[in-house]
Design a protein around this ligand. Sequence first.
Ligand code: ATP
Ligand code: MG
Length: 387
Amino acid sequence: MQTYIVHFGELGLKGRNRVFFIRQLAENIRAALHDAQETEVTPFHSHVLVKVFADLSAEVIEARLSKVFGIAYFAPTVITPADFEAISQAALRLAEGVVTSATTFKVDTTRGDKQFPIFSQDMDREIGARIVAQTGAPVKLKNPDVTVNIQIYEDAAYCFVRRLPGAGGLPVGVSGRVLTLFSGGIDSPVAAHMMLKRGCTLDLLHFHLLPNAELARVSKIVDMARAVLAPHYLAAPLYLISAAPFEAAMADINTRAATVVFRRFIMRAAERLALHRKALALVTGESIGQVASQTLPNINLISQATTLPILRPLIGYDKAEIVAAAQEIGTYDLSIQPYKDPCSIHARNPATWASPEEVQRVEDEIDVPTLLETTLRDYMDEVWIEF
Ligand code: ATP
Ligand code: MG
């Protein structure tokens, strides 16, 4: 069995939702460690305690835990009886290899059980002296390289020396469902990642221009969806909708508002799907002024196509910052692979300030309500993305 104290940062602030949050975090940790024989997750003072019964190595378990949203940091922990000798032995064993003559260290004891007969400071001093004797490492109370943590409670003591950074954010599942408009580009995978990090459950929707559903199912979009979800041991449905009926309707129409009309069409389709899926918001990878469709006047027109909130987590980001984020989460290389996005067809000379009258004229001409019906009825497919 391997044990970890998991600190959940923000989760601690959420008052009455705490129990619900911890239950979701526990579920997500179990999913990340799905191949363990058993994973116990229990509330533990202001943290949770994770006990893993598995043949998995510490490296594997730690790599998995580091990807679970909602964990601020976690520490591989040794549990001992609440007894000086036992605690001291455990601390010495943990210090071995980590505390050396080349590092500074301190011991930091907290007594959750004030009945424990030795004061915290005396524990620090006694055990610190033993570690000095064993390793020759100097003690440094302010900013040491290593802190040997000891927490003493009635039934047991918990010792750890390594604090590993978690993925931060909130456990996926606590914030409700959002429908992300997922393109083949750089931005929307980053936007999807950011929503996951804030605890949202994802549905993904992509409009494609591939000849049939079979090709869409093996396109890079599926790989990109997996690249967003799988590192975090998450799954989600990806809806694939053909933009062919829309393109056909637009074929003979000469307008500089085509991109805005298409975006509004996407929003309407997304809204329908969101209602069906009980998603509470739509998400895009838009950022102000990045391309013609993303000027504020056009964003305004696009937003009017739906009454659902449209969340745009990248709205204030520079392209370079989004690229860096995409590289960091590992979607960039897939994003830059060639792909024929529906938007690229009307990309020639699009209006940066489409007129509402022009948009209305085109939408009337192509008969958007009927087009929407046909598209959703006959041109939608669904793939389940699993890790
Ligand atoms: P991205 O890199 O996310 O494609 P972009 O810079 O190419 O962004 P646009 O093509 O203007 O910008 O798209 C803006 C947003 O509209 C995207 O971030 C995405 O949320 C949505 N979107 C664009 N094309 C599609 C599509 N084919 N299917 C679904 N959503 C799309
Ligand atoms: Mg795009």
